[in-house]
Design a protein around this ligand. Structure first.
Ligand code: HSE
Length: 428
């Protein structure tokens, strides 16, 4: 039997879940894995959390330094999130000769290289399964199961909250704020839910996945990020009529030496597998050059799915504490630079609000044509207001920059009201 002594810092939703699993399943985990995962000390600055979890005083502290300095602790689990003091605590733990397990995607997205360097220096490991896709063991799959594959693209629904919101708005006609209130109550949303809604949380996770796939830390600000708050029920309805579904997608594609990295609402055909991923579920789809197409599906947020991922890291550590595999994480970079958003090529759904008069469609399509944008489908929707009607189009593959320029021209026309809605569409 191997034993690993654990200290946890942060007893919020996930921390409380980890405590629960470790207390209720210690024997079960030991029987299945041969590793005794022993909770030595749990920490939260809010003493009330200890009461809530009925933690004996002997295994609770309000001072994180007690965890870092505890002689018996082999691994520190950082679950407070954010940059500070999480980073200092992680580095402190490594320097104090402790392995680290974290779910801190925001920190890893910017500082993973630096933290790994410190881990390497002190011959410690950094594990972060819970940072991407909640309960889905995607990190382990990419690092271990698929290690011999070149993976050149990834398409994922990797933010549970935004997928939950779009699903509830579509299926139960909830308003945006009703759906968000539910996601918060269920413990899916970030403390600052803007991170979910604006695609930033997905961008954090995409950067981590790209780091694993391409051995390059993409600067976060180079990930194009568009949230879901501008999606209206009209677009959901029109998309549905055209056999399409809007999904909050994170996309990375290696194209030559470049990588495209983007997060935005994306139209998919209804019969696509990712189109059927609803609620808080996440799914990541990619193609390995040896293994072919793969789809990972599961709960991307929530207390127990995420705790399951944290505990799997602890068991791994218990099995291989002598290993120094944090040093093996990064190999030769497979991409040179992030492709600028203006250079990507996509199909687009466009919704204009145009005056209902002969010749208007010709005018709009003329401008699109002038900018090299072909139209694959067009439809005028019912008259909604006295003067303006929605016109919906799906374009052929076009360059983003051409579209920006065309829309700037179109939106300046007196015959068009407001800003044209555009949603990118993927043929995966
Ligand atoms: N807020 C995140 C999400 C939690 O909704 O996906 C899991 O990372």
């Amino acid at each position: 039997m191997k034993r690993i002594n654990v200290g946890i810092i942060g007893l919020g939703t996930i921390g409380a879940g980890v405590v629960k699993v470790l207390r209720e399943r210690r024997q079960f985990i030991l029987q299945r894995s041969g590793v005794d995962v022993h909770l030595v000390l749990a920490c939260d600055v809010r003493r009330a959390q200890a009461k809530k979890l009925k933690l004996p005083a002997s295994i609770f502290t309000a001072n994180p330094l007690d965890v870092l300095r505890h002689e018996k602790i082999d691994v520190v689990v950082e679950l407070i999130g954010g940059h500070h003091p999480a980073k200092e605590l992680i580095l402190g733990a490594l320097k104090n000769n402790k392995h680290v397990v974290t779910a801190n995607k925001a920190l890893l997205a910017t500082d993973i290289s630096e933290i790994l360097q410190v881990a390497r220096k002190y011959h410690k490991q950094l594990k972060f399964e819970a940072s991407v896709c909640g309960g889905i063991p995607i990190i382990k799959a990419l690092r271990e199961g698929l290690v011999s594959n070149r993976v050149d693209s990834i398409f994922g629904i990797i933010n549970g909250t935004s997928n939950y919101l779009l699903t509830k708005m579509r299926e139960e006609s909830l308003t945006f704020s009703e759906a968000l209130a539910r996601a918060k109550k269920k413990g899916y949303a970030e403390r600052n839910s803007r991170l979910d809604i604006e695609g930033i949380d997905a961008a954090h996770k995409l950067v981590i996945l790209c780091y694993l796939l391409f051995a390059r830390l993409i600067p976060l600000e180079q990930v194009f990020c568009e949230g879901i708050s501008d999606i209206s029920e009209l677009d959901v309805k029109y998309a549905d009529e055209m056999g399409l579904v809007i999904k909050p997608l994170a996309i990375a594609k290696k194209i030559g030496d470049d990588v495209e990295a983007r997060v935005h609402p994306t139209l998919l055909p209804k019969n696509h597998m990712l189109a059927a991923v609803n609620g808080v579920f996440n799914a990541v789809m990619f193609r390995g050059d040896l293994v072919g197409d793969m789809l990972f599906y599961g709960r991307g947020a929530g207390q127990l799915p995420t705790a399951s991922a944290v505990v799997s890291d602890l068991v791994d550590l218990g099995r291989e504490v002598q290993d120094d595999n944090s040093c093996k994480l990064v190999s030769i970079p497979r991409v040179k630079k992030v492709r600028r958003m203006q250079d990507i090529v996509s199909r687009y759904y466009l919704r204009f609000l145009a005056i209902d008069k002969p010749g208007i469609l010709a005018k709009i399509s003329g401008i699109l044509g002038k900018h090299r944008i072909g139209i694959a489908q067009v439809g005028q929707k019912e008259r909604r207001r006295a003067k303006f009607v929605p016109v919906v189009m799906i374009t052929h593959h076009s360059r983003e920059k051409d579209l920006w320029e065309a829309l700037a021209d179109i939106d300046r026309l007196a015959i068009v009201k407001g800003r044209t809605v555009k949603i990118r569409m993927e043929d995966i």
